[in-house]
Structures are given as structure tokens and as C-alpha cells.
Design a protein around this ligand. Sequence first.
Ligand SMILES: Cc1ncc(COP(=O)(O)O)c(C=O)c1O
Length: 438
Amino acid sequence: MEYKRSRELFERARLSLAGGTSSSSRILKTGTQPHPLYMESGSGAHIRDVDGNTYVDFLISYGSAVLGHASPLLTDALSSVLSSGTMFGTCNVPEVELAERICQSVPCADLVRYANSGSEAVQGAVRAARGFTGRSVVVKFEGHYHGWTDTLAVSAKSTEAEVGPYHAPTALPHSAGIPQGVLDDVVVCPWNDAEVLRSILDTNRGRVAAVICEPIVANNACTMPLPGYLDTLRRECTERGIVLIFDEVCTGFRTGVGGAQTLFGVVPDLAVYSKALGGGLPISAFAGRQEIMEQVGDNQIKHGGTYNGSPLCSTAALVTLNHLADPTVCRRIDEAGQRIMEAILKASRDNRIPCIVQGVGAMFQVVFRPEGSPTRNYRDLFSADLARYERFRHELLLRGIHINSYGLACWFVSAALDDDDTERTCAAVDEAIAALCS
Ligand SMILES: Cc1ncc(COP(=O)(O)O)c(C=O)c1O
């Protein structure tokens, strides 16, 4: 495959864009070559780079383009908004219709507020929990990611040398520039261990405003909650007057229109949405119980934003959610994903490569670890062979399949994937796994 134009563009970008990129999470390598791919266009399940290579896409903009790229449903609806005004900074009809749709779809949602990114909506939910309880500490789980802003930029990717004791993980900032004050108000807990959770909540009795989690840990190789674990979170929070927040930025409107709270039958106090919500446009939301969100509504707890609930993004979200509300759409996504998950497992078994594929059809991850068993928490991933995953990704790329390069992230499946795309992906998986043995 030829990547000449991508290489040239990266060289050019480095002269004006910090690091040549718009985000610390962007992929800066193509196999062994030290440059990212520049995408030019997308249509349905496919994307095309500036050198003319085409791919079936399982990054789908980190899960956002859930209807596929340039979905006619969206382009039709948005073209009229483009010509009649995208933003007025005033109240508008689509933001109301969207809030009604979210309240219908999401069990915890009595009231909704919008923002523009997942990080911002997490900030809104955490402030609401702190304002409502009058407490400051937030308990988060090791390896769970809640955005790049200071609020919770703690212990999402610690190394084995940094993590500290299992029963009391060290709270580590994601980067330079995060002050100690942030760490003082965040307590890190291992995932899927009810006993340690209770002990941490006991130690911090009366100080904890919120417990926040990714119900399926999209940023931790789709580690699933152990049966009953989310119920334990619910019970402990209720008994202690703590606000339970589900960060559904990845699971929301993807594992079915009700997200993880419907899938697992556990209703949090607040939930955060983005990615699939906007179908590729930048919108996010936090939503939850009347008595908490009312305090946001009456300005006891402040929340603002110039771009919040713009007609453009609200319309995109409304069209996306209306489409996903048809149960056959989410079922098709899930079935296509399951088919690919099975193909990866079979190819790994056939080639005697220890591997686990975990998550649900709509979002899953492949973990090459000697144990070949599902991961239970972040530390289980220290035995994952990330170099093998990177090679797997490159072998797939050579065969026209595009996935997230970060071995602890996940594959996202779009509604635009058809049977041919699925079969093409399964065939590429067979070859890519076989190539790992050569
Ligand atoms: C679970 C989760 N929460 C929050 C965020 C932050 O969202 P954003 O990148 O839109 O700020 C992400 C982003 O990947 C995420 O996966």
C-alpha cells in the first residue's frame, strides 16, 4: 500500500500544528512508518485516505459515526439546518425534541443538559453530584477514562510500576499540568471488587459525592462488569447518599438505545452521553434524577456553554436517536459485531494464539494474553501482548480494515456495515491472525 501523501501531509502539519495533530490520542504511526493516515472521505462503513486506499472502518471516529459516514439520513436533515442557521445562542425546537427523546430512551433521565464533548459533560455531572451532596470526593476506577479535563484526568493508563497497592491504588495525574488539588479529591478503586469498594467507601465515609464508572470499560479493553457488580455499586451508593454516575459516552445509544443501564438493568442517578449520541457531530449530554438536575435547572449548580444544544448538533442527535430507536438497527449492529468476534476467536484458536474477545457486538476488544481468559480489572491487562495487537492491526490495515491502534481501546461497529463488509472483515481477520504466526 502507498502512503506517500499521508507522509507528506504529516511533515507539513508538524510545522503548524503542535505535534502535527489535534489530540494526544491520535494515531501517529502506520505500521512501522512514523506518520498517521490522513482520511479524505467516508461513505457508509468505508473511509478513504488521501492516497486512495479504502478501508472498512471500525474506529468510526472513536464510536461517534454510529450510522456510518455521510449517512444520507444525516446529510438530508442537516442540509436544511445549514441553510436556515446552525446556531442562534437561543432556545430552539430541536434541543427540546432531543431532550424528550433522551428522557424516553434512558431510564435515569428525568431531565437533560447538553454540552459539546464527553469531557465537558463529565464535568457537568461531577459538579452536579458535588453541588447536590455538598461533598467533594469522587471515587473512580483504575483504568476507566472520563476525558482529558482536570476533573477526572487520573489513573486511566498507569504503568505497572506506578499503580501502587491493589487495595489503595495511587491516584496518578494523566499529565503534567494537573494540580495536586485535583488528586486530593479523587480516590481510585480497583474495578469488579465489591469488598475493596466497601472498604474505600468506609474509609472516606461522609466525604464521597459520587462514584463514577464506565459500565463496560471501553477504555480498558471492554472489560465487562462481573454479574451483580453494578447492582453492588447501586446499593452502596444508595445506602451512603452517594450519587452514582454511569459514564455512557461509549455505551450510550450503542448497546441498545437505553445504553448500559438498560442492558444491565441498573439505573444510576446521573449518566453522561456523547459519541453515538451525535452520529458524528459534537454534542454531549448529562442526564439524571429530577432532584439533582433541578438544582442545575434553577442555577444553584451552574452549567453553561455557548454551543450547547445548537440546532445543528441537536438535529443530528435527534435523527441518530430516532434511527437507533428502531430495535432492528441495534440488533443488526450487535449481530455483525458478534460474527466478527467469533471469527477472531476461531482464527486465534486455529492458530493456537491465546486470545480473548470481550465486550458486546457493538463494541468489543481483542486481547492477546497468555491466560486467554476475560480481564476482570485494569491490572489484568499488564499481561496483554500489545506488540502483537499492534502487528494484528497493521496486518488488518494492509487488508483494508481500519481499527483503533490503541490495544486497550475497542472496535466500534456502525449501522452501515453490510453483510459483504462483515464477510470481508472476517476473511481479513483469518489472514491477519495467520500472519501473526509467520
Ligand atoms: C468513557 C469516556 N468518557 C469520556 C470521554 C471524553 O470524551 P471527549 O473525548 O468527547 O471529551 C471519552 C472519550 O473517549 C470516553 O471514552
